[in-house]
Design a binder for this molecule. Structure first.
Ligand code: THU
Length: 132
């Protein structure tokens, strides 16, 4: 796993964030099973509820490009400790990867490795008996 390259992709993506309201720029980079890196940044909106996080931008981009197997995620923020994916992003990620290795880092160079399962051990499970 080339964390350096993945992390650099997230750093670059962070600079493309559209975050005029929070001024909190986030970059994400997903590595797919064939080694492709798909990046994302947060995209805010004047109607605040429409803001999308960097991680979910990356997921949506990857799926739309035909990738649905993810093997690693890097996220870059500018806070300490380095920001971890929010709950909505964790739930979104569990749809495609149950135990994704995640590297969260910040601009000071602090880095922490966690797993999706550590952060979100009990994702929603689609009930077998859902009355559809
Ligand atoms: N944000 C992300 O991009 N990822 C997260 O996991 C949490 C928060 C963004 C959303 C918003 O644009 C800004 O950070 C402040 O919440």
């Amino acid at each position: 796993m080339d964390w350096q390259t993945l992390y650099q992709a997230a750093l670059d993506a962070r600079l493309r964030a559209y975050a005029p309201y929070s001024k909190f720029l986030v970059g994400a980079a997903l590595q797919t099973s064939d080694g492709t890196i798909v990046t994302g940044c947060n995209v805010e909106n004047r109607s605040f509820g429409l803001c999308i996080c960097a991680e979910r931008t990356a997921v949506a981009k990857a799926i739309s490009q035909g990738y649905d197997e993810f093997v690693a995620l890097a996220v870059v923020t500018d806070c300490s400790p380095a920001g971890l994916p929010c709950g909505m992003c964790l739930e979104t990620l569990t749809e495609f990867a149950k135990d994704l290795p995640i590297l969260a880092g910040n601009l000071e160079g602090e880095k922490r490795h966690v797993t999706l399962r550590q952060l979100h051990p009990s994702p929603f499970e689609w009930p077998d008996n859902l009355p559809l």
